[in-house]
Design a protein around this ligand. Structure first.
Ligand code: FMN
Length: 145
């Protein structure tokens, strides 16, 4: 079995509408299904959500990430899925998480991505390493809290 590990980082725009509790319910559903599938596939990672967009990191074997990401891309709950990085890595960072949730943390992705109401996200100014570090930092902060 090929044990080479890869990390995929993407951003997307949220299509889920509704009030806060409806959004949270939908996110809980996504996390539940993700954790079940990812556990089986040996995929680990983290998901960040705020009203405007998602950022997600997936780590695992190449074919498992591809299968997972193909499903994710077809999901109507988001759009404008934009891959920022798909690289070989030496080790997992999110090894303890089938899918960590970094939560609705301020407007960090929006700020980070140069989001504004008119033009939305400017994906062109983002890079995968920055988004990975953003998720990592939020998770470390959440763990310390
Ligand atoms: C932002 C976002 C992130 C998702 N992340 C994952 C994931 O990490 N793993 C996964 O299996 N499904 C993920 N999903 C759900 C898939 O798109 C899809 O709905 C699910 O895998 C289908 O599972 P089912 O065939 O068992 O219903 C995600 C969906 C969204 C909108």
């Amino acid at each position: 079995m090929d044990k080479t590990l890869y990390r995929l980082v993407y951003l997307s725009r949220n299509n889920i509408t509704g009030n806060d509790s409806q959004l949270q319910e939908e996110i809980s559903g996504i996390l539940e299904v993700s954790r079940r599938h990812n556990h089986q596939a040996g995929v680990t990672g983290a998901l960040m959500f705020n009203t405007g967009c998602f950022a997600q990191v997936l780590e695992g074997a190449h074919d498992k990430i591809q299968d997972t990401f193909e499903r994710i891309q077809c999901d109507p709950r988001h759009c404008k899925v934009s891959v920022l990085a798909f690289d070989q890595i030496d080790e997992r960072f999110f090894s303890n998480w089938d899918m960590a949730y970094v939560g609705q943390n301020a407007q960090s992705i929006e700020q980070f991505a140069g989001f504004n109401e008119k033009s939305g996200l400017d994906f062109s100014i983002l890079d995968g390493e920055q988004v990975f570090r953003l998720l990592r930092t939020h998770l470390e902060e959440a763990e310390r809290a």
